[in-house]
Design a binder for this molecule. Sequence first.
Ligand code: LMR
Length: 334
Amino acid sequence: MKVSKLLVALFAGALSLGAYAQQPIVIKFSHVVANDTPKGKAADYFAQKAAELTKGKVKVEVYANSTLYKDKEEMEALQLGAVQMLAPSLAKFGPLGVREFEVFDLPFMFNGYDDLHKVTTGPVGKQLLAKLEPKGIRGLAFWDNGFKSFSANTPIMAPADLKGKKLRIQSSKVLEEQIRALSALPQVMAFSEVYQALQTGVVDGTENPISNLYTQKMHEVQKHLTLTDHGYLGYAVIVNKKFWDGLPADVRQQLDEAMVQATRYANQIAKVENDTALENVRKSGKTAIHTPTAAERTEFKKALVPVHKKMESRIGKPTIDAVYQATGFNPNKL
Ligand code: LMR
């Protein structure tokens, strides 16, 4: 009797051990935008590829739209290990102490995606990601979103039209300086709070790639949008380094491959998603869309490019010069 009880207990133990061994490794991937954005879609794609390539050994749980954490909290949560993966916008690395990332926020720094990729897929991009290691963070990839445009409730034909306006920005000192260069008032605010702040008049306007503007319905509370394309907004996909290094080597390799595929996908869809979002804003009829003339664009450049020089001591001249060199941008030739 005693022996059979022991056998039953042993058998049950083996069963639960087996069940335990089959528990997937969970990666919580938190982000602040909607599912149907370039980042949202790429995160879901990564989750799918990770499940496929690891044959179910890894389960990526994606939490979109700030459902788990807002901007600032998610960075802390990653460092504490409460989530394992994020893709914050490049503008959100300054508060972490990695100011070089703010080079991406410099206005008119990139004349389109091709310029940008010369940086993100080249040695400068690699060096930037390596700067995250001492913070306990591993940088895996850059994912595109798009180029930002200004919106407000009054027409924006020239930089002077934004004078005195309260404009929401992400938590970047470079973006603060950019707004000041327009004689406007920068208001740092979490992404999840922007719609309401626009609706209630806490801020007058903001800047966004159109995919973010549209999927947060900001166009419903912004009467005017000018396609200034004055700055870039994209992402670094990051993981908690201790968690990543602790993964079984074969699993990590499969996840690396899933990330390569998700990055290719993200960067293929980003422009299309933004173009479609613009079409949708147009169709909504709620926002007047202005495409600046070449002369108007030059006025914005003249007002904003001096920010590069002003932010030199913060970002570091070598980083700015490295980007100029990669893209061929000359701040003295507008
Ligand atoms: C913002 O705060 O405006 C963006 O960083 C949101 C995002 O993740 O695209």
